[in-house]
Design a protein around this ligand. Structure first.
Ligand SMILES: [Zn+2]
Length: 281
């Protein structure tokens, strides 16, 4: 399935396994009605650049891979649809809003700040503008994720979902760990609530065995995309992976770095282990 500018779903090209991968933040197709005042090079620091490429072997190994094409600064599928900062709006929202800490930091459903102190937009947005972003981008992405869960659940009785991201190598003032040098990998399961412990342990142990420093639920526990569809008691398991951008890219130039190929191979090793694990359950 390919929806231009919105998403592509890559189906397994080999024998299917109950594994779903998604890359919600690596999109680079900036919609025509996005008219930011922040410079493009600052906006682009919000991209989880190349993450869908790091996991591109997933479909050949049996996983579904869903990648977003729109940028997360335009609308972020990893937020609740009500996580909107009222200060972004030129008029009252017609319904309840529940802005979280992410909105306070400028990182809600619609991003307020490109980097600390630099607003994305030069004016407030109308309700119609924000609703159009939700209807045209956010809802189709969630429909694709929810649909993949339902299909895998019907066919295999279980779903093992890895929600794939990358993170700046050092947190800035919009992060909860400002100034901290981050580990290679941060895995999140909302403190054990979104997946079976055996799944977390498997992913952790494979990555640690490959030599990566791996933290769990600190500083990232995972958000909407692992919360909304997971239900470990019903066989629906979701885990977030955050990869340190210093491992695979030049963060200033947004180019693949010398470590890219090795990381991609190592993530292929991880996927082999995850798919083997999923087939044995
Ligand atoms: Zn991300």
């Amino acid at each position: 399935m390919h929806v231009p500018g919105v998403l592509t779903r890559h189906d397994p090209t080999g024998a299917a396994a109950p594994v779903l991968l998604d890359s919600p933040h690596s999109g680079v197709v900036y919609p025509d009605d996005f008219r930011p005042i922040a410079p493009m090079e600052l906006l682009r620091t919000g991209e989880d650049a190349f993450v869908h490429e790091l996991f591109r072997d997933g479909p050949a190994k049996g996983a579904i891979l869903i990648e977003a094409h729109f940028p997360r600064v335009y609308i972020d599928p990893n937020r609740a649809a009500t996580d909107i900062d009222p200060d972004l709006l030129s008029e009252a929202w017609p319904g309840p809003l529940s802005p979280t800490e992410k909105s306070r930091l400028g990182l809600g459903l619609i991003r307020r700040l490109a980097v600390p102190g630099v607003p994305v937009h030069g004016k407030r947005l109308s309700v119609a503008e924000v609703k159009a972003r939700i209807d045209r981008f956010y809802v189709p992405y969630h429909t694709a994720i929810g649909g993949a869960y339902d299909e895998l659940s019907r066919r295999f009785g279980k779903v093992w979902h890895i929600n794939c991201h990358s993170m700046k190598s050092v947190g800035n003032a919009m992060s909860t760990d400002v100034g901290a040098r981050r580990p290679d990998i941060v895995l999140g399961d909302r403190d054990g609530r979104t997946c079976d412990h055996a799944f977390m342990k498997l992913v952790h142990d494979v990555l640690a065995g490959l030599g990566y420093s791996v933290a769990i639920n600190d500083p990232y526990k995972g958000l909407e995309l692992i919360m909304r569809y997971s239900d470990p008691g019903a066989g629906r398991h979701a885990l977030q992976i955050e990869i340190n951008r210093g491992l695979y890219m030049d963060e200033a130039k947004i180019l693949r770095g010398p470590g890219f190929d090795k990381l991609q191979r190592d993530l292929g090793t991880l996927l082999d282990a995850v798919i083997d694990f999923a087939r044995r359950q």
